[in-house]
Design a protein around this ligand. Structure first.
Ligand SMILES: Cc1cc2nc3c(=O)[nH]c(=O)nc-3n(C[C@H](O)[C@H](O)[C@H](O)COP(=O)(O)O)c2cc1C
Length: 183
């Protein structure tokens, strides 16, 4: 088993999501001591505070996966200049009940891909606000606002040559960030 388990949260439920492809491709740039699992968020109910004392099985599963991880990797699209509702719903679930925030202290990385030229910058900024409140130390630099264009991925689904060096550096910094925050 790898020394560092990372829970990957993708903010898109779309079957052919570019962000999911990015999440699947970038983890191949990490060293073997890191393993990554995309957590499931598409079966979570809409968050309702009335359910805090009796959380759904899917919510308990999500919280356990986050608690069991040494770090979190968020890979999200931007929806209307913010994060998608499905991502916020997952975060709200995992942060509750009050005092039982599964994210507390977990180092995180934030990535996003968009078809728009400056895409995901605002979504990432909103996400960083949420993470700060949840006591999540998020890697600040390098920022990665990935522009979806031909060649971003090669035919095997790996990061294409043009973006490889940039995203390899991002992953190297993320790996160092997780190690720094893991005793
Ligand atoms: C509801 C909605 C809102 C969107 N708003 C933005 C936006 O604010 N900024 C942006 O760059 N792209 C926006 N887009 C386009 C997304 O970047 C694009 O659909 C992208 O492929 C979504 O990511 P995915 O491929 O991982 O599903 C929006 C798309 C949808 C469906």
């Amino acid at each position: 088993m790898s020394k560092y388990q990372i829970a990957v949260i993708v903010g898109s439920l779309r079957k052919d999501s570019f962000n999911r492809k990015l999440a699947s491709a970038i983890v191949k740039l990490a060293p073997a001591e890191f393993s990554f699992t995309q957590v499931k968020i598409d079966d979570l109910p809409l968050y309702n505070q009335d359910d805090d004392a009796d959380q759904a099985g899917s919510v308990k599963r999500l919280k356990n996966e986050i608690k069991g991880a040494q770090g979190i990797l968020f890979v999200t699209p931007e929806y209307n200049r913010s994060i998608p509702g499905v991502l916020k719903n997952a975060i709200d679930h995992a942060s509750r009940p009050y005092g039982q925030n599964a994210f507390a202290g977990k180092p995180a990385g934030v990535l996003g891909a968009s078809v728009g030229a400056v895409g995901t910058a605002l979504a990432q900024q909103h996400l960083r606000n949420v993470l700060a409140y949840l006591d999540v130390p998020a890697l600040a630099q390098p920022e990665a606002f990935v522009h979806v264009k031909d060649g971003l991925f090669d035919e095997a689904g790996n990061i294409g040559a043009d973006s490889k060096q940039f995203l390899q550096n991002w992953m190297d910094q993320y790996v160092a960030w997780v190690k720094k925050h893991t005793a």
